[in-house]
Design a protein around this ligand. Sequence first.
Ligand code: ATP
Ligand code: LTN
Length: 331
Amino acid sequence: MRLISGIKPSGSLTLGNYLGAIKNFVKLQDELKDTDILIFIADLHAITIPQDKVNLRKNIKDIAALYIACGLDPNRTHIFIQSEVPAHNQLGWIMECNSYIGELERMTQFKDKKAKQVQGVSAGLLTYPPLMAADILLYDANLVPVGIDQKQHLEMARNLAERFNHIYGDTFVVPEPYIPKTGEKIKSLSDPSKKMSKSDDDEKGCICLLDDLNIIKKKIKSAVTDSDTKIKYDLTNKPGISNLLTIYSCITGMAIKDIEAKYIDSNYAQFKADLAELVANEIKGIQDKYNDLIKSKELDAILDAGKDYANYLANRKITKIYNKVGLGRKR
Ligand code: ATP
Ligand code: LTN
């Protein structure tokens, strides 16, 4: 069994990335003892939207350090940077040549990001899903833990694996998505109709894992909620408080109905104050580890080891794929 996933360094990691993706990577790492685990930093995917090169480099290192600070164990999980394994691009191209423009144009993330782009839409934004399929298929990964918003991309990877296997003969494992049980998107604290996103400018709505702890508490205490006072999960009528209940549940592992029961006689201010402490405490532990790691030489050694292992697996596979497609000379 093999598990793979990645996050693109398109900004500073958020509470949404942590609760929707990283916490799940750590849980699986600890549960699936016999599974080979690769977690990477998808820097090639980040440049589908223009990036400042200094920020990009910082975000890459920050994600690597945060993966470990959040609980990924480099003795157990191979951590690497996507652009340091050239076979991702090699297979990405082959996947692009097996994708249809129509199906790429129908992808929700493409439509959303395209609508937000003011200075032109890169071809890379359209061909993002075949590169993501390559990331997964290159390693014959069986399991791909991602947040719910990535489900459609996983479907595309499965379709591309099946399409290629049909044309060229059995080559790829068809991967399964693994989406967290709560299965929910963490929403913006200032506009609960929107997803909390690391590339969003909306500072008040987004909690970054590297934010100052007092600012994090303030953001939670001033999160948008409705004028009613009941602490009740109701996504349609009370999206703000429902989002806070989801965060509470993801952090503590408590069921939503048990949290509702605990706060049945409380008001929003009391509930938010408790949640602010819980979130700040969890993030404090992460920041302490991050601060130790980011200055150390250990981080580069971990990324070098991850790079070597990923290149070893990926180069073996890409040779087989070139032979199947008939590229170059037989190797
Ligand atoms: P961007 O703003 O650049 O699109 P993002 O913050 O939306 O970035 P991604 O890099 O697309 O995040 O996602 C990284 C991982 O975190 C994915 O597995 C994704 O499903 C998960 N994720 C991102 N945002 C949320 C959220 N608000 N709630 C739950 N999971 C999330
Ligand atoms: N699109 C993903 C990042 C990503 C990824 C992958 C996730 C790129 N390649 C392969 C899992 C497997 C996102 O989180 N936005």
